[in-house]
Design a binder for this molecule. Structure first.
Ligand code: K1U
Ligand code: ZN
Length: 168
């Protein structure tokens, strides 16, 4: 297993749209193992392949407190979504910035597991929010795209300051 470098905003590859996975092979298994290692080490509750510069429709998630409920989503799509939920979000590609984002409260997702088996998941709360956040990454979208221009400008100014400080 290996920890992979995470792309940081404003890296242009964070805006790429990921392509579907066609082959459920050892390469995919290795990618998923490395993504889990990277996510748990960060630490984070989710990670999309886009964030490690792989532009394929793969995301890993574990929202459990005990970090023992890994979920792999391959070629996932939201079939149905309802309600509105506002939750504070962070992003491993925009460290130290947290903003409230309005998302769908409940989602039904169709995806494939690591063996290519089709599955469906109906969920709400943090898992539903995290799924939406990760699927956004695969479309080249970031959580800051969902907030007002004023809040975004403030958040990005803060982020630039923090980045300059961490480079100094
Ligand atoms: O995709 C990412 O950038 C990961 C991101 C996912 C996410 C967080 C919050 C709401 C929706 C999606 C993170 O994991 S940021 C880190 C984080 O939230 C966290 C870290 C340690 C413990 C608990 C949460
Ligand atoms: Zn993110």
């Amino acid at each position: 297993m290996a920890k992979l470098p995470i792309l940081l905003y404003p890296h242009p590859h964070l805006r790429k749209v990921a392509r579907r996975i066609e082959h459920f092979d050892d390469g995919l298994r290795r990618l998923v193992e490395d993504m889990f290692e990277t996510m748990y080490a960060a630490p984070g509750i989710g990670l999309a392949a886009t964030q490690v510069d792989v532009h394929r429709r793969v995301a890993v998630i574990d929202v459990s407190e005990t970090k023992d409920q890994p979920l792999v989503l391959v070629n996932a799509e939201i079939l149905e979504a309802s309600g509105v939920e506002e939750m504070e979000e962070g992003c491993l590609s925009i460290p130290e910035i947290h903003e409230k984002v309005a998302r769908k409260e409940r989602v039904r997702v169709r995806y494939q597991d690591l063996d290519g088996q089709e599955r469906e998941l109906d969920t709400d709360g943090l898992l539903a929010v995290c799924i939406q956040h990760e699927l956004d990454h695969l479309e080249g979208r970031l959580f800051i795209d969902h907030i007002s221009p004023l809040k975004r400008e403030r958040a990005l100014k803060k982020y630039e300051k923090l980045q300059k400080r961490s480079r100094a």
